[in-house]
Design a protein around this ligand. Sequence first.
Ligand code: 5GP
Ligand code: MN
Length: 346
Amino acid sequence: MTTPLIELQALLAQPRQVFITTHHKPDADALGSSLAWAGYLKQHGHHVTVVTPSDYPGFLSWMAGNDEVVVYDKRQNDRQVRDLVQRAEVIFCLDFSCLGRINEIGEYVRNAPGTKVLIDHHQQPEDFADINFSNPGAAATAELVFEIIRDLGGQAEITKAMGEALYAGIMTDTGSFRHPSTSRNVHLIIAELLSAHIDLSAVHRRIYDSHTEIRLRFLGFVLKEKLVVNREFNTAYIAITKEELREYDSKTGDTEGLVNYALSIEGIVFAAIFIDRGSAVKISFRSVGDFSVSDFSRLHFEGGGHHNAAGGISYVPLDATVERFLGLLPQYKEQLVGEPVAAAPP
Ligand code: 5GP
Ligand code: MN
């Protein structure tokens, strides 16, 4: 019986031209899993290029291999990226499940002759890859990359730098080991990464304690002025305008994690953040418990993701987007507030 691992092993039996890509605005899991996987493949003589569809936060730039990442820019390097995709014998797609998530590169990948391999943990993967390592039960793509390297017999080759990139992916996608996805397997993998001498507190510091002063003041402003708590639906949300982003000199990554503050309020089960990016409103959704934000986002905001963490997009103005969101809440009231309260006995 052939398995994805056996197919992958056969594919990598000789040096290959490899293209690795990940989702728009890569987070620590997207970039960390891509760079660790690139590190492993390079050790095995493959010629590897990592291409991101957009820029990513500065607090990820410490990862080994960052300097060689090609950041796609339609005006600057479209031709170069198209050629790289076209020439690749193997195309790895990490930490996303539908080609729309990699912008222009999506169609280049779809039409490319190379073998496509998906390594991902998002729900409802699009059927575009030749070899699939899709596991929505995994906490992070970095968890899957660790397992693939291990199952290929390469665990001893995981360097400190590769281990720290993988650790960063697992740490952030589990919300620092808080989310229900934090399985026994996750902790066992971290134990193995510690054997590769990763410095885990250094990774925490580089990612969580590297704010600029203005970014921290932006957080204060958002929590004081922008957070709206709607007790009727156990929902909290934040909407940020273009002008506010400009006023606080917002950089890529500066709004990451803000939505979690909304969810941290006692009794709140659904949180959202709406960010006016000019051409569209980018939305992040989070939930605790049974309410599926990936379903909500897929149904109403062209998005998707995971059960408790998803994203979407809206092409109407910020205010109208928030109005539309609020208008949707009543139909989810039962899921958001639990069983309707029985009338008190007379
Ligand atoms: P975040 O809110 O942190 O950007 O994303 C939460 C999760 O949802 C991540 O796993 C991310 O990959 C996914 N996600 C974010 N935006 C979108 C989107 O527009 N479409 C889909 N399908 N997934 C998204
Ligand atoms: Mn991920």
